[in-house]
Design a binder for this molecule. Structure first.
Ligand code: ATR
Length: 288
């Protein structure tokens, strides 16, 4: 069987998804086609065209993830929690109407990458910077009682945004009784606080800017992760952490490949190992 796949978004011409999925398919001896589809007007119309011409599954990126949520006829539990869909799968017909399963693989892809990198999670104190869509996406797996994290502090310019995210997720995620959730602004982060893991989920690295946190926080951390990715694997944030002797510093390319791997599993039943594909995509980026 050939899986006909695609990614929808705007802009879309630089999407790495076709390369990532082709690399997975070649590793597992599967046959896929994977195209980029620019959504200039309505997502639903483009998606209808794709699925009626034999499309089996697609990824959805900015700005169409809410349109894809509406398009899905059924949602996975993690898509319900995220209230955004980045993956659709054709699910046959009911009363001659096509059915589409909507999923959100961002959080699981991030979590898969943390596990690949042996991030210390059990018993750890985690600091997440930023409270946008990216933070919402990565929180459920970290908050889940099975992950055994001790505390999660989210820092943002406005704490109201954090509280809203916590309230919403606490209704849907089984956090267990002992997880401490804290909302903070940047000014309240003190140099003597200890976080084992610091995750930058702000958009600051994109503009080569650093979050305003005390430098001591880096020095105390064992593991630092920036959701932003670059050609060489270092961002202004990971460089800062490295200069303050954090041993394990990573950019977000592994998360990008991880979320793709989770989508690939939904479509084909195979969860790809991401290591080779991350190396391959890094080498492609370096040639660009
Ligand atoms: P995404 O959905 O990808 O997470 P976003 O919703 O634009 O993107 O969120 C980006 C995050 O970066 C937000 O938490 C934002 O902080 P605010 O919630 O206070 O807006 C954060 N961010 C962007 N610019 C920032 C800056 N100059 N200083 C601190 N945080 C910043």
């Amino acid at each position: 069987m050939t899986f006909k796949l695609a990614v929808f978004g705007n802009p879309i011409e630089h999407s790495l998804s076709p390369l990532i999925h082709q690399h997975f398919a070649s590793q597992y001896g599967q046959d896929i086609t994977y195209e980029r589809i620019l959504v200039e007007h309505t997502f639903a119309q483009k998606a209808d065209e794709f699925f009626s011409s034999g499309g089996f599954g697609c990824n959805i990126t900015v700005p169409c993830k809410l349109n894809a949520l509406d398009y899905a006829t059924e949602l996975t539990p993690r898509a319900k929690i995220a209230q955004a869909v980045n993956t659709l799968k054709f699910n046959g017909f009911v009363n001659q109407k096509p059915q589409f399963l909507g999923d959100n693989t961002d959080g699981a892809g991030f979590f898969q990458d943390l596990k690949r990198l042996n991030c210390p999670l059990k018993g750890s104190n985690i600091l997440i910077l930023g409270a946008g869509g990216a933070t919402r996406g990565i929180l459920p797996n970290l908050m889940d009682y099975r992950t055994k994290v001790k505390s999660i502090t989210v820092a943002n310019r406005t704490t109201a945004k954090i509280r809203k995210i916590f309230e919403n997720l606490q209704e849907q995620v089984d956090t267990g009784a002992f997880l401490e959730l804290k909302a903070s602004n940047y000014e309240s982060l003190e140099p003597d606080m200890h976080f084992d893991v610091i995750i930058n989920a702000t958009s600051l690295s994109m503009n080569n800017e650093l979050p305003k946190i005390p430098p001591e926080l880096y020095s105390h951390a064992q593991f630092v992760y920036d959701l932003y990715y670059t050609k060489d694997g270092s961002t202004i944030f990971t460089n800062k952490a490295r200069s303050l002797n954090v041993e394990h510093c990573y950019d977000g390319l592994g998360m990008l490949v991880g979320q793709a791997a989770q989508s690939y599993e939904l479509w084909t039943g195979v969860l790809p190992d991401t290591e080779n594909t991350i190396n391959y995509i890094r080498s492609v980026l370096q040639q660009q």
